[in-house]
Write a protein that binds this ligand. Sequence first.
Ligand SMILES: [Mg+2]
Length: 247
Amino acid sequence: MKKVLYVDMDETVANFKERMIELFPFTEHIFNEEETYENGVIIEDCMFKSPRMFRDLEPIEGAVESVLRLSEFYDIYFLSTPFWEVPESFMDKRHWLEEHFGDMCYKRLILSHRKDLSMGSYLIDDRLANGSEKFTGEHIHFDTKEFPNWEVVEAYLMAKLKPTTVEGFNDKWSDYLEDRHYGLAFDDEEVIKYLDSEFEKEILVNPDFSYSQIKLKFGMSRVYAYSDKTNVWEEEIDKMLKGNNVI
Ligand SMILES: [Mg+2]
């Protein structure tokens, strides 16, 4: 089963700051300062003057591409805090997501002022407010030294998915494992890493991909999968297993 991954919107996938400064240049200094109540009032006041600004935000660099790629491996929901006093922001966030993420975001928007109440494995968020700090999974603090951009975030989350055991492998690929089959049946870390990397490439080019069994038969590997690469995989696996003295 895919792990649940929440993605914040403003300043994580949507460039709120850029649009705000474009509309109200005098707000620029606010984004370089600590969050204060007074600055919050100024920002809110600007939004009253331009309540539809959420419809026009540019995506953060790399965000759309990374989220779409990650959605192959994670169960992604957008978890965003709208501006309560600006009800237009509720509606425009939904429209904005559809425009940039298409079908991928269908019924995957959660608007909340208590992000800590949402259960899941990861939350990517640029702020600690509205429950992010108390999120019970792992908070990936976007736009910090550790996670400065989407390239780093995507690499981090993909690395989390690298299985090192048979169980981890079949768990990661469970959406592609045919019903009532056991999947990969022999334990060799080199083979697991190899097949994992091959499967990641395969799903990008083969929409019909699935597998049922990967096992040893008569001292050779057998890969049962809907792919025209099964022979290549078997040859490579056999080389690895010979090198590791398994066969
Ligand atoms: Mg944010």
